[in-house]
Design a protein around this ligand. Structure first.
Ligand code: SIN
Ligand code: CO
Length: 381
């Protein structure tokens, strides 16, 4: 992508300018970000997805708006009969991870690949009957809210008080103070940075696509990475038990032995002693496929050295790289030279031309063969 080119998608800003001025800083309203946008999925398609066991869906129903508990919340899957009638106002159905389920939605998400893939999360699609919404709230992550069908009235505000109403089944701000109100038509889009208060209410029935991002927390990363580092170290040097052949008898036994503290410290140091270990486990973690993702494995009727034609990543595949590694779906490979160059191109472009495939080394072709069989990549049609 040319990051210096002005994009209609970003209201005439280039990705570079958008990132500098708005990303994580301030909202942007983009009229006709995608002119004449026709949503790839209609409400029947969305309802079909919400009926599937392995698809994450939620239903929010607003009842007796003046009452004490006006919000009802349920996790899917939902049969059509479990959902309110379309004519009933005030309900919304939200389906997560639609980019993994539909190639056209995946292609839509790819338009936002001026942000690192490691930050891109998913596309959530919502259907709302008239007046439907999820109430005033804030999200912890950046989001582009693309109006896909009908109209939605947004009220937004940059408030400090993010306290929530107690005893609600979903996160509803206790004191919402909107600063701005706007109505989005199909094709319009609103970018919101994390923790920006917002409330979107359907004006007539509507559908909204949320292109969402992810950001790991320090605690989540530290926990995940330490666990992986410890497992890798145990695989590399073997595990061992604390031993204390020289332990003397004690009259007072409450104190933790110094040698046990040293043993713990050494265990942590050993887990980090491989200089590439941290990058390796980070890349593996960041490219771990989403829960519920199952690839279609298949037999490929040629050996690695018979590979022909271009390759394309499956839409569910996560691929990334750093200076030493290539990562794909939670696995890491050391790569250098021309192979590394081609693998990085595959990660960036999500496809690799036939000429580049031909120039892969024999071991790299064998890997690609494995990935084809695993359903992680496909021969381009
Ligand atoms: C929705 O699509 O109804 C909710 C989107 C949001 O407010 O984050
Ligand atoms: Co939100």
């Amino acid at each position: 992508m040319n990051i210096h080119e002005s994009l209609q998608l970003l209201g005439g800003l280039s990705p570079q300018t958008f990132m500098r001025r708005h990303w994580q800083k301030k909202p942007l309203v983009i009229r006709q970000a995608i002119p004449g946008f026709k949503p790839p999925l209609d409400r029947t398609d969305l309802l079909d997805l919400a009926a599937q066991e392995e698809v994450q869906s939620r239903l929010v129903v607003q009842e007796n708006a003046g009452g004490a508990r006006p919000w009802r919340f349920k996790h899917g899957p939902f049969n059509r009969k479990a959902l309110p009638p379309f004519k009933q106002p005030g309900w919304t159905l939200l389906v997560q991870g639609v980019d993994l389920l539909d190639q056209r939605v995946h292609a839509l998400m790819n338009q936002f690949r001026f942000v690192p893939d490691a930050r891109l999360d998913d596309v959530m699609v919502s259907y709302a009957s008239d007046g439907g919404g999820v109430g005033p709230h804030f999200d912890s992550y950046d989001v582009f809210l693309l109006q896909a069908h009908g109209q939605r009235r947004w009220r937004i505000g940059r408030q400090k008080d993010l306290s929530l109403q107690p005893d609600m089944p979903l996160k509803i701000l206790a004191h919402f103070e909107p600063e701005m109100e706007l109505v989005l038509d199909a094709g319009d889009m609103l970018y919101l940075p994390p923790r920006y208060a917002h409330d979107g209410v359907a004006v007539g029935e509507c559908m909204t696509y949320s292109i969402g991002f992810r950001a790991p927390s320090r605690a989540e990363l530290a926990g995940e990475l330490m666990q992986r580092l410890a497992e890798d170290a145990a695989d590399a040097v073997g595990d061992s038990l604390y031993a204390d052949r020289t332990q003397v008898a004690l009259a007072q036994t409450g104190e933790i032995p110094e040698s046990l503290v040293a043993f713990a410290r050494k265990a942590l140091e050993d887990a980090l002693c491989d200089p590439l270990a941290l990058q390796r486990v980070l890349g593996e973690y960041l490219t771990e496929p989403k829960a519920h993702v199952i690839f279609d494995t298949r037999m490929v009727d040629c050996e690695g050295d018979g590979l022909e034609g271009a390759l394309v990543l499956d839409r569910r595949t996560r691929m990334a790289y750093d200076a030493q590694h290539v990562f794909i779906n939670g696995e890491s490979f050391l790569a250098s030279g021309r192979d590394a160059e081609s693998m990085r191109l595959l990660a960036d472009e999500r496809n690799l031309g036939a000429a580049k495939v031909k120039r892969l080394s024999a071991p790299a072709r064998d890997l690609v063969q494995d990935w084809l069989e695993a359903g992680w990549i496909h021969g381009e049609q």
